[in-house]
Design a protein around this ligand. Sequence first.
Ligand code: SAM
Length: 288
Amino acid sequence: MSVDSWINETLYAAWGQRFKVKRELARVQSDFQDIGIFETYTHGRIMLLDGVVQITESDEFVYQEMIAHVPVLGHGAARNVLIIGAGDGGVLRRVLQHGSVERAVMVEIDGEVIRLSKEFLPGIAGDAWHDPRAEVIVGDGIDYVRRAPAAMFDAIIVDSTDPIGVGEVLFTDEFYENAARILTASGVIVNQCGVPAMQADELHDTSIRRARFFPHVGAYVAAVPTYVGGYMTLGFASKAPGFDQVPTDVIRTRAQAAGILGSTQYWTPEIHAGAFNLPPYISKHLPR
Ligand code: SAM
């Protein structure tokens, strides 16, 4: 790619963001998607899959902290965690920051995303790939949850692409039914559910599906600058009540014990508790 080119995100047909790029670092058509990694002037290195921004070095901490620390600290005693997608390794790194986590299984369908993230975005995962508690599997998340034994995990974190293409299976009844089966009685699942200002169906439709298999369903928000359109939502479903009502001081105590407090740039106990307070334009998409 020539110097000082621009790349346009293609997520929305009639609206989007663009980045001025210094150079293209990688462009691979894998068996699953078009993978592009670029050096930008404003956001460090960024990765796009099929033209959609997945991660930027400048603001990945927002999303990774919220999709990882909220379920682990909200659960309170998560020992076995399943991560689906998250090929850049950022969620794995943050889940493994929690000493309570004994095992983190990460199932990513595209080995090329892992390979290219290791080569061009090494800071995202850090040393997580070498953590003895980590098990990294290249495979389809739907296949993994079909085969996994019952009550195997305390938390499932689905850091997938949107429900188009390979990501679509991770937003289905079959997926949530198996997720409910392989979670413990206090288990919780968290899914990236898009930006409701532009993708309201993603939160609405998947919340209705989660409600078929879990008694408690909701969402929380994170303000990720490069997920354009305002708040990004993370849908959750839990078997036990109270996941979204853990008092701030309890969250703080848990974070202190985990050594997380003070190590984050977006997540705090107050942000954690406050993220479940949804503006009406978002809460209206959740099942009553
Ligand atoms: N944080 C980003 C976001 O919210 O858009 C997503 C990060 S990560 C790059 C998304 C990953 O989900 C991709 O690496 C993609 O290959 C993976 N993925 C999509 N469908 C999958 C499936 N069925 N099983 C496992 N991984 C999948």
